[in-house]
Ligand binder design. Structure first.
Ligand code: SF4
Length: 226
């Protein structure tokens, strides 16, 4: 059976092509299809916070569980909620464009969100909803899924996109203007904060810093042999 981004041998074990063997040897990789299925089922059936009431569906990562670099966004938006994929909207296009320029192979990138359901607020028209940032209680409620995801992926590097995912690894509220583009250690994790692509879209003045941070990130990955 072939699923997007992952190959299964029909029993319970994930198979790899030669390129993936490299990551298995270097990341202590030991996840099975049943572990992945259990994680995704837990997220999709979760009702631990009020976002379950307004979501179309909970959104897991991009299913690239063999990736050794995790890109962690904030929460699903309208497109992600609709299609069930992270970074499916306009910000995702900008992110993909930068990643293509960075030449980081796509199979190395696990892409997900700190919060798995779309946070909304009432829109101008009756019955319409708009995106909003997740609240601290929602981030806290969803933390157990993020921890399960981290245990499953075991990334060598976590690239946090914006303040919300960065806050999951910092004791104090992160100021993106100060922490962007600078790697730091948080427990067993290596974190590299970037501005969220949506922030760059709405504030073109951040674009230059974002591009420079991407170049710093690529150099960091090369120099640290991640
Ligand atoms: S946001 Fe997270 S904690 Fe809240 S319902 Fe969705 S999966 Fe559960």
């Amino acid at each position: 059976m072939i699923r997007r981004g992952v190959l299964f041998d029909g029993t319970d074990k994930i198979l790899y092509n030669k390129k993936m063997n490299y990551y298995e040897e270097n990341a202590g990789f030991s996840k099975t299809a049943s572990q992945i299925a259990a994680y995704e089922a837990q997220v999709q059936s979760c009702r631990d916070c009020p976002l379950a009431l307004t979501r179309t569906q909970a959104v897991c990562g991009n299913r690239c569980y063999q990736g050794d670099i995790m890109l962690l966004g904030e929460a699903p938006g309208a497109a992600e909620d609709r299609f069930g994929r992270p970074f499916a909207g306009a910000a995702g296009k900008l992110l993909q464009q930068f990643l293509a320029e960075s030449q980081i192979p796509a199979e190395r990138l696990y892409i997900g969100n700190a919060v798995k359901c779309r946070p909304v607020k009432p829109g101008k028209r009756p019955g319409a909803w708009r995106n909003r940032p997740p609240r601290p209680a929602e981030i806290a409620a969803c933390r157990r899924h993020l921890q399960a995801e981290l245990a499953l992926v075991r990334p060598k590097l976590i690239v946090t996109l914006g303040a919300v995912p960065s806050s999951c690894f910092m004791p104090d509220k992160p100021q993106m203007g100060q922490c962007h583009g600078k790697p730091f250690a948080a427990g067993p994790y290596r974190i590299f904060p970037l501005y969220h692509p949506a922030a760059v879209m709405y504030n073109p003045g951040l674009r230059r810093a974002y591009e420079e941070d991407m170049q710093t990130l690529v150099r960091y990955i090369q120099n640290e042999m991640i």
